[in-house]
Ligand binder design. Structure first.
Ligand SMILES: [Zn+2]
Length: 217
């Protein structure tokens, strides 16, 4: 009773699950898609991730036991300013930094024994993934749903980069404290207002299903 070797028992079963593809979909009938969210590859999984992913894992396992063929994938939301900032700060190429973090976080997630089908992993900075973003963009462009227009942005003349509002602290760049300028930069916009009425109309279908305060938001 006193000696329960977590390390030994967990590694043994995690290997058996992996070798037997225990978490891949078995049939195309009775399908269920369980997706929590993809973490940003900051370097380490933290307890906020563990809490979130444990809840999704409990649901995925429960539904599987009820007979559903569950698709439960994991991936990494891997584009963004943090990679650029880390690259500038550490003098490392953003791709190297990102893929090293992913490899560490994948190992950490695997050690938790969550029921993911790792053969379906997606990494959003992989060309194999973002070619589909480009494909969708072109379809929107062909239909006149994206357009180019000049937009005023926060600009740091020292770092020569655009800054998000939250990266401007009392009018200065959060990284180098240089005074931030407003600058006109050509930008792409998506014509979402074309769908505003349809969005409002379809909210009616969610009455009774979603909490009223969420619908109001
Ligand atoms: Zn700066």
């Amino acid at each position: 009773m006193t000696d329960y070797s977590f390390r030994e028992i967990e590694l043994k079963w995690q290997k058996i699950w992996e070798d037997s593809s225990a978490y891949s979909m078995t049939t195309s009938d009775n399908k269920l898609y369980v997706l929590e969210m993809f973490p940003y590859p900051s370097g380490n999984i933290h307890m906020g991730h563990v809490r979130n992913y444990s809840i999704g894992d409990a649901l995925a396992r429960f539904m599987k036991m009820l007979g559903y063929s569950v698709l439960h994938p994991m991936g990494f939301d891997a584009f963004g300013l943090p990679a650029e900032n880390a690259a500038i700060k550490n003098g490392v190429h953003p791709a190297k930094w990102t893929y090293e973090n992913i490899s560490n976080m994948r190992k950490q997630l695997m050690s938790l024994g969550l029921s993911y089908d790792w053969s379906r992993e997606v990494i959003t900075c992989d060309p194999e993934y973002y070619r589909w973003n480009q494909w969708i963009f072109l379809r929107l462009y062909e239909r006149g749903l994206v357009y180019r227009q000049s937009a005023e942005v926060n600009w740091c003349p020292n770092d020569e980069t655009v800054l998000a509002n939250e990266q401007v602290i009392e009018g200065r760049c959060w990284r180098c404290s240089t005074l931030v300028e407003r600058r006109d930069v050509p930008s792409w916009f998506i014509r979402i207002t074309d769908y505003a009425q349809r969005l409002l109309d379809d909210l009616e279908e969610l009455r009774g299903l979603w909490p009223e305060r969420v619908i109001a938001q």
